[in-house]
Design a protein around this ligand. Structure first.
Ligand SMILES: NC(=O)c1ccc[n+]([C@@H]2O[C@H](COP(=O)([O-])OP(=O)(O)OC[C@H]3O[C@@H](n4cnc5c(N)ncnc54)[C@H](O)[C@@H]3O)[C@@H](O)[C@H]2O)c1
Length: 357
């Protein structure tokens, strides 16, 4: 039997959670504003099919809470939110319907009066945010043509690159990726960018994707193409999960051969305590919400904090390198996992913000 929403381990401490039908499409627009303690909530708009409404609700609630932790961990001056428009199975998403959904979302975001800024996520990109901005200024990650950061992919890529290099420096005691054995699961926007860079620098790459057309790119950069399962288990210095979450499970941990795990995918740990099992095996796990925070940092740096592109890149790289150093060095001195330390870092910042001055 499918679990009820109430049975799922989902957070319920949100400032706002609403489900309202869009007036143009009738489709439900689910918005979660988890926290504005550190500033307006920022979080992506996910438009995708779900098995049922409960799965969409669980996504909004969990992902908006995760955005609060991510924003707090990087001290971004923003909180966490998320929007989901769940599509029924076999739904035909035409360009006209998509535009109507985006305008519905824009209306609902605008009604919240600025406590929440919507951004790109699964099923949406910078051009979609341009459409939303026709109705509301409370939207980020818009196109460069419209004066924005051009989405979040570039920022996430430079942030992940910085996180990997910081971990490599600490664990392997080198500043170069030359000769480093890197295994990448997922050759999408982010995986492709880091693979190309590291191949050019002389890293030894193993790559994988469920999309077999990505094999041509692997050949182009001289990387070894394997199945996603083999990439996960590869004997390597750095394993970079850049596809979906949930791939690090208690069953998998004893079979891993990586020295460092550092990737862009959200929610890589199937459960939080997998981080303890990784630590017990001596595998250095860079928490996902630290490693993939660059997109949020870089885009909000340009659009929200009005930094130049170069200024936002420097701020992003310095901030992520600092956070990785703090988390890994504290984990070396502590019995706690890197994941617990990163959460404590975020909670301490939230706690300080909620105390009266
Ligand atoms: N792009 C961003 O700004 C950003 C920010 C934070 C987190 N993330 C997360 O990082 C990950 C990578 O982001 P992206 O922008 O490159 O996404 P993407 O959609 O461009 O690429 C994901 C790739 O993973 C592949 N894939 C899917 N399932 C797979 C599987 N089981 N095994 C192997 N490959 C699989 C897909 O075919 C695709 O090529 C995603 O999980 C995303 O949610 C991205």
């Amino acid at each position: 039997m499918e679990p009820e929403v109430s049975d799922l381990a989902i957070p319920t401490d949100h400032e706002v959670f609403q489900i309202k039908p869009g007036k143009r499409t009738g489709l439900p627009v689910m918005i979660g504003v988890h926290s504005t303690a550190l500033g307006p909530a920022i979080g992506g708009l996910r438009i995708k099919t779900y098995d049922d409404s409960a799965a969409g609700i669980a996504d909004v609630l969990r992902l908006s809470q995760a955005m609060t932790l991510k924003a707090a961990a990087i001290d971004n001056g923003s909180g966490g939110g998320k929007t989901v428009v769940p599509l029924p199975k076999d739904f035909m998403l035409t360009p006209q319907i998509k535009e109507a959904i985006l305008l519905d979302v824009a209306d609902h975001v605008h009604e919240l009066g600025g406590i929440y800024h919507v951004a790109p996520d699964v099923g949406t990109g910078p051009l979609d945010i341009d459409v939303i901005r026709r109705r509301t200024p409370f939207a980020g990650g818009y196109s460069k043509e419209a004066g924005g950061a051009g989405g979040t992919t570039y920022g996430t890529y430079i942030g992940l690159d910085t996180a990997i290099r910081a971990a490599v420096r600490r664990v392997l005691n080198t500043t170069s990726m030359k000769g480093a054995r890197v295994s990448i699961v997922g050759l999408g926007g982010i995986g492709t960018l880091i693979a190309r860079d590291y191949a050019a620098e002389g890293a030894v790459l193993t790559v994988s994707d469920i999309d077999l057309s990505r094999r041509d790119f692997a050949e182009e950069i001289g990387a070894k193409w394997v199945t996603p399962e083999d990439a996960l288990l590869a004997d390597c210095d750095v394993l970079a999960p850049c596809a979906l979450g949930g791939l690090l499970t208690h069953c998998k941990v004893p079979t891993l051969s990586a020295k460092i795990i550092c990737g862009a995918a959200n929610n890589q740990l199937a459960t939080d305590d997998v981080a303890d099992a990784l630590k017990a095996r001596g595998i250095v796990y860079v928490p996902d919400f630290i490693a993939n925070a660059g997109g949020l940092m870089y885009a909000s740096g340009i659009e929200f904090h009005h930094r130049s592109e170069a200024g936002s890149e420097t701020h992003t790289r310095e901030g992520i390198a600092r956070n990785v150093d703090i988390v890994l060095s504290e984990a070396e001195r502590s019995v706690l996992s890197t994941h617990s330390i990163a959460i404590d870092l975020a909670l301490a910042r939230l706690d300080a913000a909620s105390k009266p001055v």
